[in-house]
Design a protein. Sequence first.
Length: 239
Amino acid sequence: MKKVVNILTIAGFMFFGAIQSTFAQEVVAEKTFHQELKQRFIEGGPGFMGIVLVALILGLAIAIERIIYLNMATTNTKKLVASVDEALSSGGVEAAKEVCRNTKGPVASIFYQGLERADEGLEAAEKAVVGYGGVQMGLLEKNISWISLFIALAPMLGFMGTVIGMIGAFDSIAVANDISPAVVATGIKVALLTTVFGLVVAIILQVFYNYIVSKVDSIVNNMEDASISLIDLLAKYKK
């Protein structure tokens, strides 16, 4: 029995030792990765690599700002429609407008504009909803085109760095009058590094861009559905 306990104890120590060793190796590997990334960035040259880095920073800044804005613009449309319906039934248009004033988001703003024109008839209210809906859609899509610009610009800058690096490699061949790998290795490495970093930046920004576009589409669909519900509520209120 004691032998079994001793064997299990030794096995446990070996297991935890292996986990600790693996964790230490992962920490070292992570540290080495950052060092490798920094080294490769420096080797790529401050010219094009710096411009690609600026494109990444600006693209991420715009993407984060858009994500925060869109999350704040997201509204529970079903709850808002129910609140407006209850306010119309109990207090009329002014009570419904007060509900919209106390609710954040583009849907509430569209509702408020429609209720402002409710006294002029359903057609005027519908025109106000459609017109202000276009304004809110423009606010939702604001600055998104800049992200798509940086997505296209980053790999193009990388490819330009590739061309310049290859030109430098051929210049080295012409100066040395030799086509040995040692002569052209530096130029080719710079060329490949700029391409890699440009593609990495484009991939990162593309993920954020797709998320933002899908978020905008979702909000716009909710706006359209809610606008139809508002017109129906106004029609019921007029009757």
